[in-house]
Design a protein around this ligand. Sequence first.
Ligand code: SOE
Length: 387
Amino acid sequence: MAGTSNKKEELRIGLIGCGFMGRAHSNAFNRVANFFDQPLVPRLVAVCSRNEQQTQQFADTWGYESIETDWRALVDRNDIDAVDICVPNHLHCEIATAAAAAGKMVLCEKPLAMNSQEGETMCRAVEEAGVANMVWYNYRRVPAVMLASQLIQEGKLGRVFHYRANFLQDWTISQDVPQGGAALWRLDAAEAGSGVTGDLLAHCIDTALWLNSSIQNVTAMTETFVKQRLHQSTGELAPVKIDDACAFLCRFENGSLGVFESTRYARGHKALYTLEINGEHASLRWDLHDLHRLEYFSHDDEGRLRGWRSIHVTDHDGSQPYMDKWWVPGLQIGYEHTFVHQVADFIDGLATGEPAAPTFRDALATQRVCDAVLESAESGSWINVLQ
Ligand code: SOE
């Protein structure tokens, strides 16, 4: 980490992948020092993807100083501290293990890997190398979700009975949507590993493991509604091997029951991530489409005033993480800020030695639930989640 003129040290970033997530992360690296006063400032040293012209365009747009077209060359550079992996899932393991072996910190887009075996390899690689690591489950960093976590930690809900989560989209209903290639690798099992389970339910599971408790066992069903799609690499129709929709039930370690559903076939829903938790004394509800609000019902309220409160999460008194860093109270932030928060927490973790969650090891727990869900859908039986 080289020094800079304003005396702050730099966290020299090498980004691999120029897609949607590459943009979200680059924006976060660029913004964080404007709003969070921290000892390290990200410097965008290099970006890598296969197409030279597109990579240069990306570098110019986001302020990367140089480009590479082979990820191995980026990983080997000695002017990079942290490698950020934003490529399709089938490349996560190979890149992460190479980056760790080269002594780099590793940040990885979710889900951690194609499956838990790969996830375990990745955990071992970063742990043996002793390098900082983190997976971008960004929804933990929504201030309203943070408030939910605070209320649960404070015991406001009491014993938890139910955890419910949905992640609904509608962008693959048309059978004309092809699979494979830059934007549509999420539909190709060879690159994605799974469909909505790894892409969307993984978010819900990560939040649930953090807010509620670990998951003991699951029973699931999946469906692939469109059985064949044009594959962009061959130009031919090919079977679709990902799950288009998935629903599962589970038992949590704390005795509560979970119901989870995700689909890309819920006409009208673009990214409706909702969660609800019902406890003995209170319930909580949150909705990504209205991400500033936390709905809260407390049975401890005076009877005639009991009802669902819609809390607009802002900086009333400095008790909320993040909100005091942005605008004056009442003004809102959005999706992209969750990534800024995650970079800020990663940097804090480097400074304090208390790693920012979810680490690779934390994300492996989510991966194990995803694996159990897919295995259950296949076998039709309840599956115990490996801990
Ligand atoms: C898929 O459409 C997707 O972009 C996921 O890959 C992201 O993780 C999710 O946050 C939004 O939806």
